[in-house]
Design a protein around this ligand. Structure first.
Ligand SMILES: [Ca+2]
Ligand SMILES: [Ca+2]
Ligand SMILES: [Ca+2]
Ligand SMILES: [Ca+2]
Length: 272
């Protein structure tokens, strides 16, 4: 019987990966996520999504700060599949924006995970923000870090949807322990045609990280939040972690499984 069970589970898992997995390639292009550019919505219900597309010039209020399209955190998507967490982000903020607060310019922030959804951020995926001379170099770009400390945004935020709402949000990592690499690609050439503000300029981040690295950074399997903002936190965006999907077997596989079960049953009766 053990042999038959393992044949059955092999057949099902092979079918799952072929017929049901979404093939995400980390290339900064979100076509593989099945998102409708007009509405920002993904067609696959397994993808967790949030869109908060705003527009306007530099004086436009975004909540909690200002900055209009150039500081707009627009949409975030997440999927857990095949032992990996995939995240995609759309923003009006150019990843090459200079981080130079003395001239009121703020660079790209890091991705942060809040394990337990309790307002403390335990894991960061680093983006190297651009400085007046070169880029920040303390951390590896795309590196996954267990967070010791991070910078905070300028603005206080009262987000009642966040289970425990920290008034100020994490912007960039300042100290942490490296646990491994994420796959990370982001675009630095603007794209138009997304959302209802069709001439606005957008940039995309796409990343994949092994769940084993989450564990290395202290994850106990509890729900988490995924958070991103630029280094002033004029606009923030976050998502609750998607569930790890238990995928149903497709109809044809179901028949195959039934056949194997019958076979197993016959063998068992024969050996009883
Ligand atoms: Ca892609
Ligand atoms: Ca926008
Ligand atoms: Ca936490
Ligand atoms: Ca950084």
């Amino acid at each position: 019987m053990k042999l038959h069970s393992s044949i059955l589970s092999l057949a099902i898992s092979a079918g799952v990966s072929q017929a049901w997995a979404l093939t995400i390639s980390i290339d900064g292009n979100l076509n593989d996520w099945g998102i409708d550019p007009a509405t920002w919505l993904p067609s696959d219900p397994r993808i967790h999504a949030r869109n908060e597309d705003q527009t306007g010039g530099g004086g436009t209020y975004l909540n909690p700060g200002w900055g209009g399209q150039a500081y707009d955190a627009e949409a975030m998507y997440a999927l857990i599949q095949g032992g990996r967490l995939y995240v995609a982000l759309a923003t009006g903020h150019n990843p090459r924006t200079l981080h130079n607060p003395s001239t009121n310019s703020y660079g790209a922030g890091d991705f942060f995970l809040d394990f337990g959804r309790d307002g403390s951020y335990e894991l960061a995926i680093n983006i190297n923000h651009r400085l007046p001379s070169g880029f920040e170099s303390t951390f590896i770009e795309g590196g996954v870090y267990q967070v010791s400390s991070h910078a905070l945004g300028l603005w206080e935020e009262n987000d009642t949807q966040y289970p425990v709402s920290p008034a100020k949000r994490p912007t960039y990592l300042t100290a942490g322990d490296y646990v491994g690499m994420a796959e990370l690609v982001y675009t630095t050439t603007a794209v138009t045609g997304w959302g209802s503000h069709t001439t606005d300029r957008h940039y995309f981040y796409e990343l994949g990280v092994g769940l084993d690295l989450l564990t290395s950074a202290g994850w106990d399997g509890s729900p988490f939040n995924i958070h991103w903002t630029m280094n002033c936190a004029n606009d923030t965006i976050w998502l609750a972690s998607p569930p790890r999907h238990a995928v149903p077997a497709p109809a044809t596989l179901g028949l195959l499984a039934l056949g194997l079960l019958k076979l197993a049953g016959l063998r068992r009766r024969a050996s009883d």
